[in-house]
Write a protein that binds this ligand. Structure first.
Ligand code: HEC
Length: 189
């Protein structure tokens, strides 16, 4: 049943017989309207005036900046990695760690002193795979699988490889007892 019409609210304009009533707005509608006004004031304050809220623009810029930092860190790490293999460390801590890695993984074939047994003598000036530190690092990383020297790059962390390579490098010229006969090509140390 339609609501009774309050004739006093009838406006005097008329469109093809359709008339308009000037009713009060419903209370629920008005409250919604006031709430949106209060909300917009809060929104303005939070995102634009107070500095607390971060707009999507700001969040986007921050994410871009973080991506930039992450990329920079990766590059720094990569160059640090490359650097640790540039030359043998002489840091006593690194060498001590390298000796630990050596005794645990390498002494079985190269003996505790590096004099050689299954693997070649690491203390003399004869080299099968080249005399430079880079050669030593490469042999340790990639091994000589067909000769029984395994690739260590997936067994040891890069810094352990650096440590053990530096340690092995430091064994050169140490003349331990019972050396294995020279193998490879002679190079001055
Ligand atoms: C299972 C035995 C074995 C183990 C374990 C082993 N090696 Fe070897 N290693 C060899 C053999 C065999 C060779 C010689 C490969 C060839 O004849 O080309 C060799 C070669 C090398 C060479 C090159 C020597 C040269 O004259 O060019 C280095 C350096 C070396 N090993 C270091 C290491 C280090 C460091 C470890 C431990 C992380 C290790 N090896 C563990 C057997 C071993």
């Amino acid at each position: 049943m339609p609501e009774p019409i309050d004739e006093s609210t009838l406006l005097d304009h008329d469109a093809d017989g359709i008339k308009e009533l000037d009713n009060n707005l419903p209370r629920w509608w008005l409250w919604l309207f006031y709430i949106t006004i209060i909300f917009s004031a809060g929104y303005l304050w939070w995102f634009y005036l107070s500095g607390f809220g971060s707009s999507s623009q700001l969040r986007f810029e921050r994410a871009a900046y973080e991506a930039h930092l992450a990329r920079r860190d990766r590059l720094l790490l990569a160059s640090a990695r490359a650097d640790i293999f540039a030359e043998p460390s002489t840091d006593p801590d690194v060498l001590a760690r390298g000796r630990g890695v050596y005794l645990a993984n390498c002494a079985a074939c190269h003996t505790e002193t590096g004099a050689g047994q299954i693997g070649p003598n690491l203390t003399d000036n004869y080299f099968i795979h080249g005399p430079t530190y880079a050669d030593t690092v490469r042999v340790i990383q990639y091994g000589v699988v067909e000769k029984g020297m395994i690739a260590w790059k997936n067994q040891l962390r890069p810094d352990d490889i650096q440590a053990v390579a530096s340690y092995v490098y430091s064994l050169r010229g140490t003349n331990p007892p019972n050396p294995k006969a020279p193998e490879g090509v002679e190079h001055p140390l």
